[in-house]
Design a protein around this ligand. Sequence first.
Ligand SMILES: Cc1ncc(COP(=O)(O)O)c(C=O)c1O
Length: 448
Amino acid sequence: MGKKVEWGRSVEEWIQKYPLLKKMRAYEPVFWMNPHKDTVANVLPTLPLSWKDVLDAEERWKRFAPLIRRLFPETEERKGIIESPLKEIPRMKEQLEGQIGRRIPGRLFLKCDHELPVAGSIKARGGIYEVLKHGENLAVEKGLLSYEDDYSVMASERFREFFSQYAVAVGSTGNLGLSIGIISAALGFRVTVHMSADAKEWKKNLLRQKGVTVVEYASDYSKAVEEGRRQSDQDPMSYFVDDEQSKELFLGYSVAACRLKKQLEQADVPVDEEHPLILYLPCGVGGAPGGVTFGMKLLFGEHVYCFFGEPTHSPCMLLGLMTGLHEKARVQDFGMDNMTEADGLAVGAPSGLVSKLAGKWIDGVYTVEDEELYPILAMLKDTEAMKIEPSSSAALLGWKRFVENPQVEKYIPMEKANHIAWTTGGLFVPEPLMEEFYRRGKDHLSKE
Ligand SMILES: Cc1ncc(COP(=O)(O)O)c(C=O)c1O
């Protein structure tokens, strides 16, 4: 009854209004085109963020590059810029076409955030950025740093001592916790990661090895965030990275668009009316795919299309956008259980900030079943020698869903379209576990 008052309708009434909910509640994969979509020109003036904020974030990353290079030698090759390659995957495409039964026009690429250095997932973009910005604010405020300095001074004992007075906290399904934990510990902050029940053991162990305090919850992600926020708020020296509400995280992700633009030019991929670019982005709470969408739409306007992929058991962004309930849409309240092996995507309620900042630019949302994740992971290893974690498979499944769906031709001229599946995590998965994922995928494929 309480929910009905808050939502203005009972679940049954919502189902009547949005019949797709029936399929979603039965955990059937769906493909939803966003009827609320609007143009960049119409939406931009209504938003609190603009291109200037993205550029400001990119400048901050550049200021920090000498420090990152010093702290994380694996970033040496890119001189302290944390970035992933864009790679075309023709062999994988051919295999997928074999499953579909026809040739699909256009090139298929992976944006390889599964190889992203330092934290091994897309969450590095937002998480590391926000902690760096916080560190910069503190150091500038106390007169220890000016914007013109060589930021590698922050790797010194003096700075570590300074940062050790302060704490950083975050709630996470795993990968955001890794990125916040790793960068905060490297700078010298005291850091606590509140992990939901979905978080994998190896992610918690890795953090503990780095000196991070890990608090475990038997409940889902929203609870871990709520509890983490509550505890952090009690300590005036503690800063909470809020995955559900943070503009900083969002901007950290958005910078990916500037980098991708250059990579597209290098790969000779035009993006214009004749050559649309279609992105498939795995979605949890929405920050990472939302930030990327924001940057890409600002750069390419109506020529880029962004589709979000969610597990059939956790379609929170779809629920929030479709009903207009945004962060008030909890999949559990609609009879779905939020249980999925795609741990990074196991989120029951979407970020209100993202659905408001990027909701009208999201072209659509599709859902994927857990069992579909493993065969994709195995095929990618066999065809392209790339290793991704299960959540990342949701990206490639987007391409498959998309090209199999006849209704999309009505919206997007497909003949000369190019496609990017954004593989969001994988680098740090321990080898025995990766082997287990692979076996599972192979078993599945042998039964097909
Ligand atoms: C591997 C992976 N992919 C995608 C996502 C989705 O990011 P977001 O929760 O910001 O939507 C996550 C989130 O943790 C993740 O770990």
